[in-house]
Write a protein that binds this ligand. Sequence first.
Ligand code: MTE
Ligand code: MO
Length: 212
Amino acid sequence: MLNKLFSRRENEEDARRANRLPPGQSLTEKFPVLHVGDIPPFDPETWTFRIWGEVETEKIWTWDEFNALPRTRITMDIHCVTRWSKLDTVWEGVSLKTLVDEGIITPTPAAKFAVQHCEGGYTTNTSLDMLLADNALLATHFNGEPLAPEHGYPLRVVIGSFADRSEGKTAYFWKGGKWLRELELRATDRRGFWEGYGYHNEADPWTEQRFG
Ligand SMILES: Nc1nc2c(c(=O)[nH]1)N[C@H]1C(S)=C(S)[C@@H](COP(=O)(O)O)O[C@H]1N2
Ligand SMILES: [Mo]
């Protein structure tokens, strides 16, 4: 118990020295669960995922079809506005950039923003660029296992940062919608759930864009 406490502290100091802990964050080795509302049920027979709005052709996938898409695995650090960060989390799923590169999705020239629409009405917004970056994923798996129900099973967005900070921009973890059902590409920005309650529109943890 005490050993565990000391090792967390030491790991936190290491993370800070390695410039992997944004200001005002502390290291957690747990995986806190945060959301509004209840965990929605999942039925693989009726579940669909849709990308619509500023795209040349709207796309809709069943669960089986979604699982047949090309897959990507990335390791990232994640940063929650409630002041915890977690390092070296491994995510697997579908990269929006891959869908675009392979011509599966073609954003219109007007597409500049994206709104994630989740089961039960949670939404969050980012630039389209942020979701097209290598540090963003439509994730089905965490640390080698399907997402736990409370962490967004079957599909969530994850935006994190790399150990070497080679990403362009990152965002606090609320920009990762759990139980994702639709991605809306837009010409104009529209604030999501927390952004509408005064959370920062861009949410960069490195400059502590907590509230805007
Ligand atoms: N659908 C949905 N996604 C959501 C939320 C939510 O309330 N509903 N909360 C967000 C917030 S505020 C945070 S901090 C993260 C928490 O993810 P976790 O529970 O996997 O740690 O999920 C984000 N995604
Ligand atoms: Mo949050």
